[in-house]
Design a protein around this ligand. Structure first.
Ligand code: RP5
Length: 168
């Protein structure tokens, strides 16, 4: 049974939302991933979001761009945490998506990550699940330790080569 629902409004969101799926794969968290547009297929969207709790989902990660109502509508219909991922857009640089997702009315929260923040959305979902899953918490700590080691290795290389010869 999937624990996390990843939903996006269009396949144009896939490059960002696949980063969320990558993290869940790495952490061994089960998920379902759907392309469902709240605007273009409202009936299907309602069915999916209203059935999410009964299907066993504990967290939804919802990505959308422009007039990005998908995460907020997930939060209106699903009683557990919803994490919104605002997509970068060409006309307004993603501010349209960000404001649409982050400015929820009082009483209906959506935890909003950065524009194109698919990876952080999945890490946040994992941390929510880790509140009651100590094995997952250990895996998350290992990811943090790996990240720390990577930055240390970069600094060590900088000290060795000097910034003029440092290449990313
Ligand atoms: C939103 O509209 C989607 O989440 C997407 O970010 C944006 C544009 O969709 P497409 O026109 O690329 O399908 O619903």
């Amino acid at each position: 049974m999937a624990q996390v629902g990843i939903v996006m409004g269009s396949d144009s969101d896939m490059a960002v939302m696949s980063k969320a799926a990558d993290v869940l794969e790495e952490l061994g968290i089960s998920y379902e991933m759907r392309i469902i547009s709240a605007h273009r297929e409202p009936d299907l969207f309602f069915e999916w979001a209203k059935g999410a709790e009964d299907r066993g989902l504990k967290v939804i990660i919802a990505g959308a761009g422009m007039a990005a109502h998908l995460p907020g509508m997930c939060a209106a219909l699903f009683p557990l945490p919803v994490i919104g991922v605002p997509m970068h857009t060409t006309s307004l640089g993603g501010r349209d998506s960000l404001y649409s997702i982050v400015q929820m009315p009082s009483g209906i929260p959506v935890a909003t990550v950065a524009i194109n923040g698919g990876k952080n959305a999945a890490l946040l979902a994992a941390k929510i699940l880790a509140v009651s899953d100590s094995a997952l918490l250990d895996r998350l700590k290992a990811v943090s330790a790996k990240q720390e080691a990577e930055v240390k290795a970069k600094d060590a290389r900088l000290q060795e080569t000097g910034y003029q010869n440092y290449t990313r």
